[in-house]
Design a protein around this ligand. Structure first.
Ligand code: DOR
Length: 427
């Protein structure tokens, strides 16, 4: 599902390391620019950066089951708009992706409808119930080739079950990606960060320790089993500390942070605007600083959008009742540029590592996250580092409108995205 597919010569682009180059896209791959025939379509990329296509380790596409909120077609179109050439579709659909058949169904939808590569994330437990392991091995062996498993939105609370899941996936080098939330400590009604703000607003909050307690348990289970654990959407300073400790010990842990946890703080819930209700919740500025520093120094390996579209009827409720989640794909690069690159915390090669290479490695996606070199797949994004715009939620390619950046002045970097050599987005 793309717009054009002919050969294309991109001239005068700048790579992340500052090298100027031409890029020749032919038959889905990058070829030697010297081999481009005279008269081939050209695109002048003077002043633009050419980066490997972005890879999102954490996307909610909502299909099957909630096509009113998002579909594979609309979610991947939003991904292409954001510079992504691959997303990992989370398992909390209806029905849940907890069998080989369900995984193959989502993979086939991606093949047929996707504007980027769709990799399937399988559930850890049947029905996300946290009681019995899902068909992990069969999902791995299926045509979907699942390598990443998560009950995202729900935390696998039972330690023995978590140990078994980690042990099981080790056989095929799979990874359990955990939504770290101690549900008994967070409390059933918790809907924001426990802080001065939750007290003032009369909203039940959950403390950062409800995240770090689970991360601490899981990294120790990863050590016990020798398996790999991935921590989804880290949002707390305490969580960062535990991951730093685990990495220093040689435990096989990776972690991601969302764009919204890098930029937005808990004071935004003051207006009871449910766009800002998300799980884990927006935290205070000290936590924002901690996750920024961790992303810069590599304690947090990558950015994961947690793009969570919700239909209006699920957000138009009192704050404690509305569903948690916010859009992320279209502004992810803009936010990382604003918070990390624009402030000098991160250079472009590191951004490529955090938003393309590391997530491709996590998901074991061979054609993604590769340097832009002749012979490699033509998955790339052209970026204007100077462009800015006011975000307009109504202009989104997503089917949903719960965009937390609506009305904000942010970088507007994505000029064009190419997946397998075909243009999937052009400004
Ligand atoms: O806010 C969230 N929304 N956090 C999650 O972990 C799940 C997601 C969703 O599926 O809406």
């Amino acid at each position: 599902m793309t717009t054009t597919s002919g050969p294309l010569l991109i001239t005068g682009a700048t790579l992340a390391d500052g090298t100027r180059t031409d890029l020749y896209l032919a038959e889905g791959r990058l070829a030697d620019p010297a081999s481009a025939p005279a008269g081939v379509e050209r695109l002048d990329a003077d002043g633009l950066l050419a980066l490997p296509g972005l890879v999102d380790p954490h996307t909610h596409l909502r299909q099957p089951g909630r096509e009113d909120a998002e579909t594979v077609a609309s979610g991947t179109a939003a991904a292409a708009r954001g510079g992504f050439t691959c997303v990992h579709a989370m398992a909390n659909t209806t029905p849940v992706t907890d069998t080989a058949e369900a995984a193959e169904y989502v993979a086939a939808l991606g093949e047929r409808e996707g504007h980027c590569e769709v990799r399937v994330v399988g559930a850890v437990t049947k029905g996300l119930d946290g009681e019995e392991l899902a068909e992990l091995g069969m999902m791995a062996d299926s045509a979907a080739g699942v390598r990443l498993f998560s009950d995202d939105g729900r935390c696998v609370g039972d330690s023995l079950l978590m140990r078994r899941a980690l042990t099981y996936v080790k056989a095929f080098d799979g990874v359990i990606a955990q939504h770290s939330q101690d549900v008994s400590l967070a409390g059933p009604g918790a809907c924001c960060h426990e802080s001065e703000w939750s007290g003032r607003l009369g909203l039940p909050g959950w403390p950062s320790q409800a995240e770090s307690i689970i991360i601490a348990r899981d990294v120790q289970l990863a050590e016990l089993t020798g398996s790999r654990i991935h921590v989804c959407h880290v949002s707390t300073a305490e969580g960062v500390d535990v991951i730093r400790w685990a990495k220093a010990r040689g435990i096989r842990v990776t972690a991601e942070v969302t764009p919204h946890h890098l930029l937005l703080d808990t004071s935004l819930v003051a207006g009871y605007d449910t766009t800002f209700k998300v799980n884990p919740p927006l935290r205070t500025s000290e936590h924002l600083e901690a996750v920024r520093e961790a992303l810069a120094d590599g304690t947090i390996d990558m950015v994961g959008t947690d793009h969570a579209p919700h239909a209006r009827q699920d957000k138009d409720h009192p704050f404690d009742v509305a569903l948690p989640g916010m859009l992320g794909l279209e502004q992810a690069l803009a936010v990382v540029m604003e918070v990390m690159v624009g402030t000098g915390r991160m250079d472009w090669p590191t951004l490529v590592e955090r938003m393309s290479t590391a997530p491709a490695r996590l998901g074991q996606v061979p054609g993604q996250g590769r340097p832009l070199a002749a012979g490699g797949p033509a998955n790339l994004v052209l970026v204007d580092p100077a462009a800015r715009a006011t975000v307009d939620a109504s202009a989104s390619r997503s089917r949903s409108r719960n965009n937390p950046y609506d009305g904000r002045d942010l970088p507007d970097p994505v000029v064009a995205t190419f997946w397998k050599g075909r243009r999937t987005y052009a400004r």
